[in-house]
Design a protein. Structure first.
Length: 325
């Protein structure tokens, strides 16, 4: 369920001024937040981000006393929409690593994740699972690295899309392990996983949820999860870091953001209500059934994750020359 360029400045002043016209006239002190529905902008409907956003929006609406309306926007339009919104707490962004990684992989991006957004919380995350074809004679990450080093350029990995999590996780693995494994591109995770099960490629870093059924059926062999610590989603697997490649970590994350210059008091209120909702056992269980782990971090922790990925994954993006499709 997840590394950046110098980009043009996004001017928020006009949006902020426009936002003032929407406030009711009180003749005195500003009304307490929130006095109207809140918009949570995210990606296209039906995807993992959309489903997670709706679960969170429903739970948090009850706590805020105002409805959080999920606003689905295609691709990066969601980011651009949120970046230009008034910084008043009535527009939130629910998004993943594309927010801070895409500017490194594409020219003329109109936002900067650090400059134009205020982090609220890293809401949920999902590790990837390093899987191989069952016929590959390896039982651990250490075995895989040894085999790859003994046969440079012979092993292949499946990857559904340039700049996607599976692609970046694979290239990070290659860089840290010092191995030469060839990328084979597919139009989606499904075709890539089927090709891996058929033995046409040897390994892949799919999401834990998409790989679990293949592993359970014996069509793929799971080696390790990509999170820094063992995952509650797949507790039977060790981490890549602990089983052959110290320091390795790549996790898909989804966080909540507000436009930069949103008042600190509003950020605190939204953070408090989201984290409280995520702490409820029924919500944790719901996300686990979706293949997602609840996080609920502080704004500072989310900011640290972003800055660390910009450095760590950003180096791989530059070294390999990865360009987003």
């Amino acid at each position: 369920m997840g590394a950046l360029l110098a980009v043009p400045t996004v001017v928020l002043a006009q949006s902020a001024a426009a936002g003032k016209d929407q406030s009711p006239s009180t003749g005195g002190a500003a009304p307490a937040y929130p006095y109207k529905p809140v918009r949570m902008v995210t990606t296209e409907s039906g995807g993992a981000s959309d489903i997670a956003a709706r679960v969170i929006a429903q739970a948090v609406s009850l706590r805020l006393g105002q409805q959080i309306v999920v606003d689905n926007r295609g691709g990066i339009i969601a980011i651009e929409t949120a970046a230009r919104a008034a910084p008043d707490g009535y527009t939130l962004l629910f998004y993943g690593g594309t927010l801070w990684l895409l500017p490194l992989m594409r020219d003329k991006v109109t936002w900067d994740a650090i400059r134009d957004f205020a982090p609220i919380t890293l809401a949920v995350s999902s590790p990837l699972l390093l899987v191989t074809n069952p016929s590959l004679a390896v039982q651990s990450v250490k075995d895989l690295i040894a085999l790859a080093k003994s046969k440079p350029g012979v092993l292949n990995y499946g990857s559904p899309g340039s700049g996607a999590a599976t692609h970046l996780a694979s290239e990070l693995f290659k860089a840290m392990a010092g191995v030469d494994i060839v990328r084979v591109v597919y139009k989606g995770s499904g075709p890539a996983l089927n090709s891996l099960a058929a033995g046409e490629v040897q390994l892949m870093f799919p999401t834990a949820s998409s790989a679990a059924a293949f592993v359970k059926a014996g069509r793929l062999k799971g080696l390790a999860v990509t999170s820094a610590f063992p995952s509650t989603l797949l507790p039977e697997f060790p981490t890549v870091a602990a089983s052959g490649l110290p320091g390795y970590e790549y996790v898909s994350v989804l966080g909540v953001f507000a436009p930069a210059a949103t008042p600190a008091g509003v950020i605190r209120r939204v953070h408090q209500e989201i984290v409280s909702a995520l702490g409820q056992p029924e919500l944790k269980d719901k996300f686990l059934r979706m293949g997602v782990e609840v996080r609920g971090t502080s704004p500072q922790e989310l900011a640290s994750v972003i800055k660390a990925e910009i450095i760590r994954v950003g180096k791989v993006i530059r070294d390999v020359g990865i360009r987003a499709e």
